[in-house]
Each structure stands twice: as C-alpha cells, then as structure tokens.
Design a protein around this ligand. Structure first.
Ligand code: GLA
Length: 700
C-alpha cells in the first residue's frame, strides 16, 4: 500500500483493494495507465506500449488518456484547463518539473515550458477506505495576470466505452431520482448553473459495466463543492472514456494575479469490483471517518421535532409550547422552530433578512419558548436563511445595494427574494454578526441553514472592480468562510444544510454541516426512491427524515403511520406531524417507535448499509444496516400485487459462522449467518404500505 515512484517514470498509488498507475511517457505527458484491482508489481508496468507517433488525423494527445489536459495544443476532446496569458496565448504546454510523495500524498508539478505558470496535481490516498482525493493548484509565477476560464479538479481515463453512467434526474421535491444511461458516443454532461448544487443532478460520476449491488466494476468520484459544477463523461473514438469533474466553466472566469495560487475543490474518487453496494459502503465509511465535522461526527444525532409542516408560517408562542410538550412526551430530543419566527414573516413575501424575533408572535421574546423547551428536557433549534433577503424587508430598504444584480435590469426574484452579495465583506460580516448575536442571546443549539433560491445576475462584485464571472466562486468561498467562522464561535451548535430540500447535498457542504435535509417531499413512498438514490453516495446519518401528517402534501397519499415511521427510521429520525391534532393511538405508536429508534440508532447512523431489494416487482424494498454483530432490516411493501405476500430476502454483511438471534414481527428464531446470507429469511407483508423491521443480533 502507499505511493511508489518507480524509475522517475511510473507513479503508483495503492490502497487496500485498488491500484492507480500513471506514467510519464516519452513525450513528457503524464499518461493514465491503470485504475482497478491490484494488478501486479512495478516491473509489470515497465515498457508498456505507447501510442504510435503523431498522426495528423488522430492527434496523439486525443488518443492518450491524460491525467490533466489543457484546451488547445492539439486537443479536441474535453479538457481540464483553459487559460489565457497576457499576450493572448491560450494553451498550457507542460513538462513535469517536480514530484514528491509525502505521507499519503503525491504531488506532481507540471510547468508551462514557455510561461511562468505551474499546475500541481495532488493525489492523497486513504488506504483503508480505498478512496483517493484529487485536487489541482495553479500558480502564477509571472508578472502579468492569467485569465482562467476552466479549471477542473480532476480528469480520468477509463478503459473502453459503453459504461453505464448513473446520476440523478431530480427536481424540487423529487431529488435523487436515479437515472442511468449508456455512454456509447459523444458526451454526457451533468451540471448545475444555479449557484448551488441544485436538485437536478449531483456533482459526481458513477460509471460501471453491468454492476449490480453486489458485483461488478464501478468507478466513482464526488466533488466537494456546493456551487456550479460540471461533470463530463466522454466516450472517445479511441476506446477510452474521458471523465472530467470540477467547477462549471459556464460564465466562469478567474483572474490569477502575479504570485497567486488558486486551489480547486477536492474530488474524492474510488474504484471497486464489488458493485454499487461496495461503492456506497466505502464512501459512507470515508465520509464518516474523514469528512463529517466535529463535534457531532462520532455522536448520535438526536431525534428532532420540526414544526414546519404543522404550523408553516403561523408560528405562535403558545402553540409551539404545546407542540413542544407533546414532542417531549414522545421522547423527542430537539425541538426546532422553522421559518416564520422573525421580522414580519407572515408568508414568503416578506421579512427575510430581518433576523429579530417577531414580537407579535413572541410577545415575551423567544426565551419563553426556549426555556420551556429546555425545561422539557429538549434542546432548541431554529431555521434561518442567511444568504437571502425579501425586497419587502428592513434589510433591503436599508441596503438595496447588497444584492446581486445587473445595474440596468429589473432584479429577478425567486420565491420572492433576492440573493445577498456575499462577495462583499460588509455583507459577510453582517451574516457573521447576525448569527453570532442570535446564537449568543438564546440557548440555541441547532441551526437549519436554508437557501431557497438559485443565484442569478452576478453582475456587481464586492468592490465593483472585478468581473462578475468570478462571483460564482467567490460566493462559495465566502459562504464556507462564514459558516466556518460561526461554527468556530459556537462549536457546540449542530448545523443542518437545506436548500429547498436537497439542493445543497454534496461533500463541500458535508465538511461544514452535520446533516442534510434531502427533500421537502416527506411522502414515505416517494421517500423510498429519494432515500435509495441518496444512499448511493451519502450516509444515512446525514439524511434527516421526518414523519409528517397524512394525507401527504404534494401526493395526497394515505400511507400508514407505521410505514412512514419505518421509512424515516432509515435515516436520522425526525417528527413533523401536527402533534396537537393526532389521536392518542397515533401518539403512542410514534412514542414506541422513537424508543425503538433510540435503541437501534447506533447501527443506523454508524453501520454499513446494504440495499437488499430495490423496488423488486415494482413494489418491494429492503434495506439493511450492520454494525458490530448487530443488524437491522427494514422491508417495505408499497402495493400488494396478485396475492403475493411472502418475500425472501438474503441478509448481507454477517459472519457466516456466527449465530444470530433474529427478531421478526411474528417471533424470534436462531439462525447462522451463512443461512441468513445464503438461504435468507422469509417475511410476510401484505396489503398496501405494509412494512416491518427485523432485528438481528449475534450471540456472544
Ligand atoms: C424550504 C425548506 C423547508 C422549509 C421552508 C421554510 O422549502 O426546504 O423545509 O424550511 O423552506 O420556508
């Protein structure tokens, strides 16, 4: 394992189950050679055949898999870098000038042969998790600025074409709807131009060849960035697939001043021969071990109550206090007041930006509710949307120049709001001070940080002197800076990321936020699809999942409460019902399931996840969690079809020679791990929206 540099020519990265090989070829190009299961020793990779010499019809640089390529210089494929020097030269022709391996990081320096500009490719390996972090730094060592128009975080060459490409085809309330296409020719592009990750696609690539959950080659990479992104997978005519991932180059520019360096966001990538299931397990483990921020990374997340779907904007102190009493009696640990507690916020047309308590709704201030919540033994949390402002707000009336705009156009609204120009230091300071004040004045231990519209009209930038095309990146840099500063000032506060549901679910946000809200759609049937797609990349702990009232808002579906509870227990459980309207029997069921959830929570939040059945026969799902000899299976029948009411599921992740107590709805049985994994368990579900939970515990 580790990094090997062989005869100044071969660069080999080894993790526990993978190997990544690059070569400096005869022309000095850093050529990609191999990525896959361990494939031999250094000598095996010596003297590999190289591409034929230049052929005018097929440029050499298009035929080889490059580790990092630049527009121009004979490239016609999609390239990673596009720049312009002061004299109009618009390509980057490099030689490898330096490389070093330190601890688990390899850096390879490429310098332009005619201009003082260097690109450093960084590869950091995480051996046990089989993950490689890639990042690029570009440095201007000259006297004139360099204009960057594209700078991807990584480029990959995968052997052959005809990969299946998995991403998502989502929208608001329909995030993470898995989609899959075959790449046989041309380019497949997934992107966001919204200033956030967006609901439509996720900043990742997943490329496989007939992989199942348990078997098959899968290549994957996730961008740790919450702004505009672009992922390109190009089936070249030269029997390889060219993959690029990074910040979007649409409307992007960056002036790299003399002496300055720009670092791209990181990409976390990997290969597995174990199918999509192994990909998710390796990613989840890595995310839990390395990316999730303290101090909650190793702690169980609390069961929360959020009053949004119960009261919407009509937040009244007395009613919230009653909800809090009911929530506490169910075993809820954290009570969150959503939108509507501040300014003149009666609906979404006004008040955003005025982050002081609405004295009409809270005549005695917020502290009455906060103290009540605390006295009930719960923590208190609150919703905020710091990057936005309603035109109808005191903040906007005082600072009309604080929003993104094109000077000579009417500013576009989205959900009746504008986006604050976060590239301005005074705006960033306002956000920090506002949040700091809010968190200092009250005992607030949880923030739900929302972003409910996309960014447009990035025309004016901070001091007004720099091109608006830089705003996309500067906004993100300052967004991360603000969150980091607030978190540093209030290290014990838990932060949830939300953007109209799941428009900010990415590894960039994961480094700063403790959890995500994946979708405004809480319909438990739709949620099975959303959660399934989400779980490909992100761990259950990071997925807030609430039970809400029936019939469900957008779908009017009437699934059973128990089905909804089981669905929400697949992630970090939350309750969003109007508890003041529920029957005693319903409250009792929620109470019972919250107490079950607290017992199984370590397995759900820290275990390995296996998608045992993905909508089999269009109606049956099963998902399993395994941790240290304990395991939970949730099974869901969404619709009874043709009288079928028995389902066989094979467990995963157990020890073949271990003995297990299996607690099924009908009683307990004792089985070996081998039996459970190879023969399986028969479970009975019938009717519509039936579900069950199976507890499996290894005998000591
Ligand atoms: C967004 C969020 C919701 C809720 C509302 C409040 O839509 O996704 O969960 O917080 O805003 O306005």
């Amino acid at each position: 394992m580790g990094i090997t540099i062989w005869k100044e020519k071969l660069f080999i990265l080894r993790t526990e189950h993978t190997m990544y090989v690059m070569e400096r070829d005869r022309r000095g190009i850093l050529r990609h050679v191999y990525w896959g299961s361990p494939a031999g020793i250094e000598e095996d990779f010596e003297s590999l055949p190289e591409e034929n010499s230049e052929n005018g019809y097929h440029p050499y640089v298009d035929r080889v898999m490059e580790e990092y390529s630049s527009f121009g210089a004979g490239h016609y494929k999609e390239t990673a870098l596009k720049l312009e020097y002061h004299d109009g030269t618009r390509d980057f022709r490099y030689r490898i000038t330096d490389y070093k391996a330190e601890n688990n990081t390899l850096s390879i320096r490429l310098d332009d042969s005619s201009y003082p500009c260097g690109v450093t490719l960084i590869y950091e390996i995480f051996e046990k998790e089989d993950i490689i972090r890639r990042q690029v730094q570009i440095q201007n060592e000259g006297d004139s600025p360099i204009l960057l128009e594209r700078i991807h975080s990584a480029q990959f060459g995968l052997p052959g074409t005809d990969y299946r490409s998995v991403n998502f085809n989502g929208s608001w309330a329909a995030e993470f709807r898995r989609s899959e296409d075959t790449l046989s020719s041309g380019k497949k592009v997934y992107e966001s131009l919204r200033g956030n990750t967006g609901h439509v696609a996720n900043p990742c690539f997943i490329l496989h060849r007939n992989a199942t959950e348990e078997t098959g080659d899968v290549y994957f990479g996730l961008l740790a960035y919450s702004g505009n992104f672009k992922v390109v997978a190009e089936a070249t005519p030269y029997e390889y697939t060219n993959v690029l991932i990074g910040m979007s180059d649409t409307d992007f520019a960056w002036k790299l001043d003399p002496g300055k360096t720009l670092s791209t966001p990181s990409v976390y990538c990997g290969y597995t021969a174990g199918g999509l299931g192994a990909m998710s397990q390796s990613l989840h483990r890595f995310e839990r071990n390395y990316l999730m921020p303290g101090p909650f990374a190793g702690k169980e997340l609390p069961v929360l109550y959020n009053s949004w779907y119960a009261t919407y904007f009509d937040v009244q102190c007395e009613e919230q206090m009653k909800l809090a009493e009911k929530a506490a009696s169910l075993g809820v640990e954290l009570f969150v007041v959503d939108d509507g507690w501040f300014g003149t916020r009666q609906d979404d047309t006004k008040g955003l930006g005025d982050w002081y308590v609405d004295s009409g709704k809270f005549p005695d201030g917020l502290s009455r509710l906060v103290n009540h919540v605390k006295s009930l033994g719960m923590r208190f949390g609150i919703w905020i949307e710091p990057e936005m402002v309603n035109p109808d707000s005191e903040l906007y009336r005082t600072h009309p120049d604080w929003v993104y705009r094109f000077e000579n156009r009417k500013i576009l609204q989205g959900r009746n709001q504008y986006v604050l120009d976060l590239t301005r230091e005074d705006v960033a300071d306002f956000m920090i001070e506002t949040l700091d004040k809010l968190l200092s004045q009250q005992e607030i231990s949880y923030i739900k940080w929302d972003m409910n519209r996309s960014i447009t009209e990035t025309g004016i930038c901070g001091d007004g002197t720099v091109a608006g095309k830089q705003i996309w990146l500067r906004h993100m840099n300052n967004f991360y800076r603000v969150v980091k500063e607030i978190r540093a000032r209030h290290p014990d506060v838990e932060f949830e990321a939300c953007a109209s549901g799941g428009a900010r679910v990415d590894l960039g946000a994961m480094q700063y936020f403790h959890e995500y809200w994946p979708s405004d759609n809480t319909d438990p049937f739709d949620r099975l699809f959303i959660q399934n797609g989400y779980s490909l990349l992100y761990p259950p702990k990071y997925m807030r999942a609430w039970v809400t009232d029936v019939p469900e808002g957008p779908t009017s579906r009437k699934a059973s409460l128990s089905f909804a509870l089981h669905t929400a227990m697949c992630g970090s459980l939350g309750i969003g019902n109007n508890l003041n309207r529920l029957e005693e029997t319903e409250l009792a069921l929620i109470r019972e399931q919250i107490s079950v959830y607290k017992r199984i929570r370590p397995v759900i939040q820290f275990g390995d996840l296996y998608r045992l059945k993905n909508y089999e026969d269009n109606c049956f799902w099963a998902v399993q969690y395994v941790k240290d000899g304990q395991s939970i299976i949730f099974a869901f029948l969404t619709q009874s079809r043709f009288g079928k009411n028995r389902w066989r599921i094979k467990a995963a992740g157990l020890q073949g020679d271990g003995l297990y107590q299996v607690c099924l709805p009908g009683g307990s049985v004792r089985k070996s791990g081998a039996f459970l994994m190879n023969f399986g368990l028969e479970i009975r579900l019938s009717g519509d929206y039936d579900s069950c939970m199976i507890l499996i515990e290894q005998e000591a």
